[in-house]
Design a protein around this ligand. Structure first.
Ligand code: PHB
Length: 391
């Protein structure tokens, strides 16, 4: 078995893994990134689209993406629609911050282009099988390529940025070990060819359930409606999909167009029990999963990476382990705030299949206490646009 030697071995070429490798490179720390998927699959899988203010700053300041400023769309607020009545949450007025609509695959394209232009060792279609010796000074990742040839990557540190089905997690407390919650509903998501139906995102709750009217570009829109997790995405006709969306966003004029992609997104909340062991750490979805209602997934991954990169610089350049020893505790503070926010937005906006009349009326009371109060709107705006990233 041949051995590749590097300082940091990163499993996963998603936003977390690529951004970490970019920051390390700038600090003079060499890394190798492997991902089981092809470059094409990484760059073309449709994911979420909202970047917090601080995420955008981090991408721009580090030189990872300037396109986010030219191609991304700044959104100064969202609309919360309650039974047909729209309420604007004005982020700019409430907290002086905004978010950017810039799809995750665009972030990935920028990061991959930057990594390759800088001659970074980035290997697609290379699958990590396991991590060995996590507690030693030279942990190893055993990988194989598409031909099945095994190789070992020996490093000073290994990072699991390999998503919710993480292989790296097994080297910590075990692949399934964590705090977990599943929700009794999912999102039916579509991409369609149409102009935006509204200037800002609409989060709408109605007796029939939840819908989100999001955007991708001037000519492509992303929309979701609450559905049963068992629904087969192919089973609904286009007419039925539009009827579901219209009924969940009463009073809004949705602009319809040909639907060219559809999927069903399961809702899960997860936090791994252990985020670091010895010289192995987890970031992004490998460490935690949030339901998409709060738009926190990619933002949380970037926040983890900023903290881990600083800790790795201290460890690998100055032989100072204090920040890495605190890594889990530091990132968990933000992770649990984001878990709470994502759970809260989800439970406040969706209709649970077993909801009683009490539950329905209480939820309306909760929504009113948010939209009718500046303090309520401010909490939502602060969490949605993102808590400060660095101290
Ligand atoms: C999306 O555009 O895909 C999107 C936006 C906001 C969310 C979730 C998904 O909360």
């Amino acid at each position: 078995m041949s051995t590749i030697r590097t300082r940091v071995a990163i499993i996963g070429a998603g936003p977390a893994g690529l951004f970490l490798s970019h920051l390390l490179h700038r600090a003079g720390i060499e890394s190798v990134v492997v991902d089981a998927r092809s470059r094409d699959a990484v760059e073309n899988t449709i994911r979420a689209g909202i970047l917090e203010h601080g995420t955008v700053d981090a991408l721009v300041e580090s030189g990872a993406s300037t396109r986010v400023l030219t191609e991304g769309l700044r959104h100064d607020g969202i609309e919360l629609r309650v039974d047909g009545e729209g309420h604007r949450i004005d982020f700019a007025d409430l907290v002086g911050r905004s978010v950017f609509l810039y799809p995750q695959h665009e972030v990935l394209r920028d990061l991959i282009a930057t990594r390759l232009a800088e001659g970074q060792d980035l290997r697609f279609e290379v699958t990590a099988l396991r991590i060995e010796e996590p507690d030693s000074a030279t942990p190893r990742v055993v990988v194989h390529d598409t031909t099945g040839v095994e190789q070992v990557i020996e490093a000073d540190f290994v990072v699991g940025a390999d998503g919710s089905h993480s292989v790296a997690r097994a080297a910590l407390s075990g692949a399934r070990s964590g705090y977990f919650r599943e929700y009794p509903f999912a999102w039916f998501g579509i991409l369609c060819e149409a102009p935006p139906s509204a200037p800002e995102l609409i989060y709408s709750t109605s007796p029939g359930g939840f819908a989100l009217i999001s955007q991708r570009s001037a000519s492509v829109q992303r929309m979701y409606f609450q559905c049963d997790p068992a629904v087969d995405p192919a089973s609904l006709s286009e007419e039925r999909i539009w009827a579901e969306l219209r009924s969940r966003v009463p009073g809004a004029d949705l602009i319809e167009g040909p639907i060219f992609q559809r999927d069903v997104l399961r809702f899960r909340s997860f936090v791994a029990h252990d985020l670091r062991r010895g010289r192995v750490a987890l970031v992004g979805d490998a460490a935690h999963t949030v339901p998409p209602t709060g738009a926190k997934g990619m933002n949380l991954a970037i926040a983890d990476v900023l903290i881990l990169e600083r800790a790795l610089r201290a460890l690998l350049l100055e032989n100072d382990p204090r920040l890495i020893d605190d890594y889990a505790e530091t990132v968990l503070r933000r992770i649990w705030k984001a878990q709470h926010f994502s759970w809260w937005m989800t439970s406040m906006l969706h209709v649970a299949p077993d909801a009683t009349e009490f539950d329905r009326l209480r939820r309306l009371g909760e929504l009113r206490s948010v939209v009718e109060s500046r303090a309520g709107r401010t909490y939502l705006a602060e969490a949605y646009t993102g808590w400060p990233l660095t101290d």
